[in-house]
Design a protein around this ligand. Structure first.
Ligand SMILES: *[C@@H]1O[C@H](CO)[C@@H](O)[C@H](O)[C@H]1NC(C)=O
Ligand SMILES: *[C@@H]1O[C@H](CO)[C@@H](O)[C@H](O)[C@H]1NC(C)=O
Ligand SMILES: *[C@@H]1O[C@H](CO)[C@@H](O)[C@H](O)[C@H]1NC(C)=O
Length: 222
């Protein structure tokens, strides 16, 4: 099934080179902004991995950039978790990552259902790069800095690749999301797109800093 809203959101996120074998599920997405995103922070609460674990199912909050990159810290369920990050069956691999033609990445580490994974992106004025930090249950586990231009949108994704057909992804949440623009953009809130997802509401008092307490991504079967 083709979901027009989801496709529009993914175009914003810069996913223009999607292969045939890739498909997308529910999403919460914002953008493009008429300004640019300086900083974004969210906490993904990991659900159970799909069972059986096939190759590959990814959860990520991403930012499409003016440089054509996709800044996307990842939580991925692999058919062979131990071969990818030393994870046990039923675990995820999480890491900082940017799709920049090739997939660049920081250290990959195992994570379990119920774990809280902070995925923080911040533009660094002294390097003109985005610094990514992935924090698992309070500990920094993976970092990456990339020259990516300026981020134009932010959104969550449920992405299935390769043989992830007939695969059920459990509902999950993103907590304490904050998105900070470079300057106020009164049009930004109106770009919100929801596909099989909802939230406690996007809030801002100055159209520059936006917060969402809880984003609920519904269960989905590919
Ligand atoms: C990102 O969010 C987490 C969870 O709310 C918080 O603990 C952390 O301090 C935040 N990091 C930054 C740099 O704002
Ligand atoms: C910007 O990047 C430099 C080099 O990685 C780092 O030393 C510095 O702490 C960063 N600045 C901030 C504000 O994080
Ligand atoms: C999908 O999975 C269910 C449960 O394992 C199974 O009953 C069904 O036949 C599968 N459908 C397809 C098209 O593979």
């Amino acid at each position: 099934m083709i979901n027009i809203k989801a496709l529009a959101a993914l175009t914003v996120l810069g996913l223009v080179n999607a292969q045939d074998s890739i498909s997308f599920g529910p999403a919460f997405s914002l953008g493009p902004t008429q300004s640019w995103i300086r900083e974004a922070n969210t906490t993904l609460v990991l659900p159970e991995t799909p069972s059986p674990q096939k190759d590959r199912l990814a959860l990520w909050p991403g930012m499409g950039t003016s440089g054509g990159d996709l800044i996307q810290a990842l939580a991925v369920s692999f058919s062979d978790p131990s071969a990818n990050c030393g994870a046990s069956s039923g675990q995820w691999c999480v890491w900082a990552s940017t799709l920049q033609g090739t997939q660049l990445g920081g250290k990959q580490v195992p994570a379990s259902a119920g774990d809280k994974v902070v995925m923080h992106y911040k533009y660094n004025d002294s390097t003109s790069k985005y610094d990514q930090t992935v924090i698992l249950n309070g500990e920094t586990v993976s970092t990456l800095s990339t020259s990516s231009g300026q981020a134009q949108g932010w959104g969550t994704a449920v992405e299935a690749q390769d043989d992830e057909i007939n695969c059920s992804v459990a509902k999950h949440q993103y907590l304490d999301t904050t998105i900070i623009l470079d300057s106020a953009d009164s049009t930004f809130a109106g770009t919100l797109g929801l596909t099989n997802a909802d939230s406690t509401g996007l809030e801002s008092s100055d159209s520059k800093t936006f917060t969402v307490d809880t984003i609920n991504i519904n269960a989905h079967t590919f």
